[in-house]
Write a protein that binds this ligand. Structure first.
Ligand code: FES
Ligand code: FE2
Length: 330
């Protein structure tokens, strides 16, 4: 997809789920056109560094070994700390601290792994919200939900979709009927730009209700930069979702989607029961596939003719998104 803005936005981006990074292992990643290595050191902390060893260029994600808090190159055994600085050279008396790898800030929360991307290499300028405290009047906790990974999580790798396009779904009230075969039109009840967050409240009216303001369900959404969004359902069930889109390069993204399903009282099994998994498939994962069928083949339209009720929130979203584009498109 050709877009008039960069595929290298600043912000937090999801790169996987915590369980995919077991202690003592290193794994290659590729995002924003850069080769990376993720490793979980023996103390349980997860680190992401540029992948290529400054000695002779080996890829630390392919055969690199975890040694304490360091990652050790598979080629000649040089060790690097979580800050990316060379800590030892096994056949020399001292390390060479001028040899270093860029360290990418990591935030692991609610089973997900996020990295901070800033094309200029700067430190994080804002924090992701806590999904258990969003929105403020609907607090929850991990113990009230089945785990999201792996049963209720999917990844679509290498899709030709820019992250902003996925966020544009939130203020697009018309597409639900056509793409998701919704029997009632949702209404965007409220939306607000709040610094690095774009928040929405969508309402689903009761089909039989006379009162047009009576909602069967509200969905609270927050886009956390352009990397992705959280959604929390306020209805008879309080599902929580994350959906993040992380550019692999200037043409493709990996997409990550997770659902937290409310736990049955008294059930302390970690995994969601099969009948809920089936419902998640029909009610949630299918909607993502429906959207993806559009996004995969869509072109970006700069001045769209929008439905009247969508025009302002849509325009506000696009304007808000510009703050994350600090470099020119490639
Ligand atoms: S290439 Fe990494 S130690 Fe030589
Ligand atoms: Fe959608």
């Amino acid at each position: 997809m050709r877009v008039p803005f960069t595929w290298r936005p600043t912000g937090w981006f999801m790169v996987g789920w915590s369980a995919e990074f077991p202690a003592g292992t290193a794994k290659p990643l590729r995002y924003f056109g850069q080769e990376l290595v993720a490793y979980r050191s023996d103390d349980g902390a997860l680190h992401v560094l540029d992948a290529h060893c400054p000695h002779l260029g080996a890829h630390l994600g392919h055969g690199g070994r975890v040694n304490g808090e360091c990652i050790e190159c598979p080629y000649h055994g040089w060790g690097y700390g979580p800050d990316g600085v060379n800590r030892y050279i096994p056949y020399e008396d001292r390390p060479n601290p001028s040899k270093r790898l860029r360290a990418w800030p990591v935030d692991e929360r609610h089973e997900c792994v996020f990295v901070w991307h800033d094309p200029a290499g700067g430190a994080p300028r804002w924090e992701l919200p806590d999904i258990w405290n969003f929105p403020a009047h609907l607090p929850g906790g991990a113990e009230q939900y089945y785990r999201a990974y792996p049963e209720l999580s999917v990844k679509y790798p290498g899709e030709p979709v820019h992250p902003q396009v996925t966020l544009e779904n939130a203020p697009d009230s018309v597409h639900f009927k056509y793409v998701h075969r919704a029997s009632v039109d949702p209404r965007l009840l409220d939306w607000k730009v709040d610094g690095t967050f774009y928040k929405t409240i969508s309402g689903w009216p009761r089909p039989t209700e006379q009162d047009p303001d009576a909602m069967a369900l509200k969905i609270h959404g927050v886009s956390c930069g352009v990397g992705g969004s959280y959604a929390v359902f306020e209805g008879s069930w309080h599902y929580r979702l994350v959906f993040f889109t992380t550019p692999v390069d200037d043409e493709r993204s990996d997409m990550f989607y997770s659902i937290w399903w409310p736990r049955d009282e008294g059930d302390d099994a970690p995994a969601v029961p099969a009948h809920y998994r089936e419902r998640a498939e029909k009610e949630f994962l299918q909607t993502l596939r429906d959207d993806l069928e559009i996004w995969r083949y869509q072109v970006y339209v700069e001045n769209p003719a929008l439905a009247q009720q969508d025009a302002r929130p849509y325009g506000a979203l696009r304007k808000w998104a510009r703050q994350f584009y600090e470099v020119e498109p490639a």
